[in-house]
Design a protein around this ligand. Sequence first.
Ligand code: URA
Length: 261
Amino acid sequence: MKSSPKQKIIEALKDQQAIFGDDLFEEKANLKKSKTSAFEMETTSREDSSRRIAIVKEPVTKSLASKNAVKGDWEKSQSLDKLNSLICNCTNCVLHKGRNKFVFGSGNPNADVMVIGEGPGAEEDKQGLPFVGRAGQLLTDILKAIKFSREEVFIGNIVKCRPPDNRTPLPEEMETCIPYLAKQIELIKPKLILCLGLTAAKGLLKKKDSLTSLRGQVFEYEGIKTMVTFHPAALLRNPNWKKDCWVDVQKFRKLYDEMVA
Ligand code: URA
C-alpha cells in the first residue's frame, strides 16, 4: 500500500529521530550539537565496525510485566501454541479495535535467534504473520545474507495488533503488549535477540538512547545477548543505511558463531 505524502513526511521524521535521538526534536535542541551528531553518525558507524564487542550488562528486570499488563492464564502457558490460543483475542489496549488479525509471530519454537520488530503493518494484519510485506522481504534477504533462514529463527513484534496508519505504538500499548513478548522469549529461550529499530530496542531494553548509540553494542535482556540494528522499513526509505546494517548483522552473526562454537 502506498503511503500518503503526509505519512511519508512522518516516517522520514521518525527515521531521523531514531537515528539522532530526541535532541533533534526538542525545542531547546542545541543546533551545533545536532549538526555534529549528523557528521558523527558517518564516522562513528565506521569506527563501530572495528570496535570490539563490549557487552553491556543491564539488570533488565521483570519490569516488562508492567502495571498495564493484564494477568491471566496465559502466563502459565507451557507452549507457544497454547500462549497464542490464550492471547489471540486480546482486548487489553485500543489497538484491538482496528485489528483484522492478531500477529503472534512465527518461526522455530526452539529458535536460537529471535528477531523483534515494532508491530504489524497492513499486510501482516491481513495475513496474521509478521514481516510479510516489503520490509519483510528485505528482512528475509538480510537474514539470508548472514546465513539464517526465516524458518530457523523466530520473528515477533513489540505489539501484536496493527497501529492505525502504521504509527509508532504508544507507550501504554507497548507496556500492555510486551509481557506477551516476554512470555514468548521465556518459552523459546533464544541464545540471541536482534531488535529491529528503536521501538523494539526501547520496548525490550528500556533504552532511551538514539539508534546510533545503541548499534554495535551487546546488551543483555534476562541474560540473553541482544543487539540492535535498523528496522528494514527504515532501510527501504533510506537505502544508504544498508551498509551500516550490514556491519551490524555481521557482528550479530559473529557473536552467534562464537556462542555456538
Ligand atoms: N514491521 C514490523 O515492525 N513488524 C512487522 O511484522 C512488519 C513490519
